[in-house]
Design a protein around this ligand. Structure first.
Ligand code: PA5
Length: 442
């Protein structure tokens, strides 16, 4: 279960003020629960943990087993934004930092940038390995994944032949429309559907996240179970509901205390991509109509040596949300040294995790003293159950928080602006008028 601790905000807000924001958050909770708010045709994510059928989990496992039979040791997962960040977050969090277990394919990501070097180097890797591909695009028309997929598809067809290439490609897209759907139908790819009523950044518990996470060797049943348990807890209409508390405090800090930047802080590099996933979720859901908290992130203690100075003493525009992991999964104890030339014997017998916890506590006190309020979101340890819970927690809190802010959490109209210019500059058919206009500006 996810716990929220707001003690690190005590010296910044008055309790009556917080109570009034909790009341606003409960109103927003009601809007989300009633399913009558803005964007209410995109609420399918709310019931995914309870409604996902066993047959979907089994279908993911069938792909895993089929590709294992073909000796696949590299799965290229193509997608951008909500079509890759959740899977990447879970795989980075759950994987060994250095060693891949025997018999489990490496899952790598592509289609999330337009770097030529990145794709050239992916080709170098594919040449060394036994390759399959998952291509993910809800709209089926996004340029970055489409470019990457054309390259990977051609590579697989040249290397394995058309029929075997088709068996090594799975498409995850809309049930009916989009170029990827057409391509998948024509080429006979296995497909999974992104439900109509689930937006990209809320799709980690659909096949968009489940299939790559399963292929990387992790327990997607446990992921869904953790999310289902969290869902049960968050459905309760209560001032103590952790999602209500989180939404209330972050909006209070933003609206009343001038804190326009929220930094997600982790003390475990395995959670660096949790912050990337969270930044998209909150950035795209709230950053509109001239409003919203800018989501940023640091991974400590590394970033205490890069961003720490600014957070301690720079512009006082931010608050921090620390993702606290109560227990480490592994223990490493610092040994004693007879010569003690490094002066570290005072730590002999202590675990590295104890040092990390003391760094976290020391930083909390220093940052509060420096004018940076601290919220804490805790899980017991990193595993599939708790990841499912934290995914659901941040999604649910995001819905409440955006409604409290007064924006539609489920659209992203601003994302189109760069695309129109890019298409015009690339001379995509249909953009001729925009091409003329834009060329005059450069
Ligand atoms: O949250 C969103 O809707 C977006 O970030 C999309 O996930 C992203 O733009 C990718 O879109 P698509 O899956 O249609 O390729």
């Amino acid at each position: 279960m996810v716990k929220v601790n707001l003690g690190g905000c005590d010296s910044f807000v008055k309790s009556a003020e917080f109570d009034s924001y909790v009341a606003k958050a409960l109103d927003a909770f009601d809007v989300l629960a009633s399913e009558k708010g803005a964007g209410n045709d995109f609420l399918g994510w709310k019931n995914l943990p309870s409604d996902t059928p066993e047959s979907l989990v089994a279908a993911c496992e069938a792909v895993r087993d089929d590709w294992k039979g073909r000796g696949v040791d590299l799965v290229v997962t193509i997608g951008i934004g909500g079509s890759y960040l959740g899977a990447r977050c879970a795989i980075e969090a759950l994987s060994h930092s250095f060693v891949r277990p025997e018999g489990v394919p490496q899952v790598v990501f592509a289609g999330n940038n337009l770097s030529e070097e990145y794709l050239a180097e992916l080709s170098d890797l594919m040449a060394l390995r036994n390759v399959a591909c998952v291509v993910i695009s809800k709209s089926g028309t996004t340029t970055e994944p489409a470019v990457a997929f054309r390259i990977v598809k051609q590579y697989l067809e040249e290397r394995y032949g058309a029929a075997e290439a088709s068996a090594r490609i799975v498409a995850i897209t809309d049930a009916k429309k989009g170029a990827l759907k057409t391509l998948a139908t024509n080429e006979g790819y296995r497909t999974f559907v992104v439900p109509d009523n689930v937006g990209g950044r809320f799709s980690v518990l659909t096949p968009v996240g489940l299939l790559p996470i399963c292929l990387a060797g992790f327990d997607i049943r446990a992921l869904l179970k953790g999310a289902a348990a969290e869902r049960e807890a968050l459905l309760e209409r209560s001032a103590l509901n952790p999602a209500v508390q989180y939404a209330a405090m972050r909006n209070l800090l933003y609206s009343e205390c001038g804190k326009a930047v929220e930094i997600m802080v982790t003390y475990n590099p395995k959670f660096t991509y949790l912050a990337e996933w969270w930044k998209q979720l909150y950035g795209e859901s709230e950053g509109k109509d001239g409003k919203g908290i800018f989501p940023a992130s640091v991974t400590n203690t590394a970033d205490l040596h890069s961003m720490g100075q600014f957070i301690q003493e720079g512009s006082r525009v931010m608050f921090e949300t620390v993702v606290n992991i109560e227990n480490a999964n592994r223990s490493v104890v610092i040994g004693s040294d007879a010569q003690n030339l490094d002066g570290l014997n005072y730590l002999a017998g202590q675990s590295v995790n104890h040092c990390n916890s003391m760094a976290q506590l020391g930083t909390k006190i220093a940052h509060i003293d420096g004018g940076v309020p601290q919220l804490e979101v805790s899980i017991e340890r990193i595993n599939e159950l708790n990841l499912g819970a934290i995914f659901y927690f941040f999604e649910y809190a995001c819905g409440i928080s955006a409604y409290l802010l007064g924006v539609n959490p489920f659209n992203q109209p601003g994302v189109e602006a760069y695309k129109k210019n890019m298409f015009a500059l690339l001379r995509k058919p249909g953009y001729e008028a925009q091409t003329e206009a834009i060329l005059k500006r450069i």
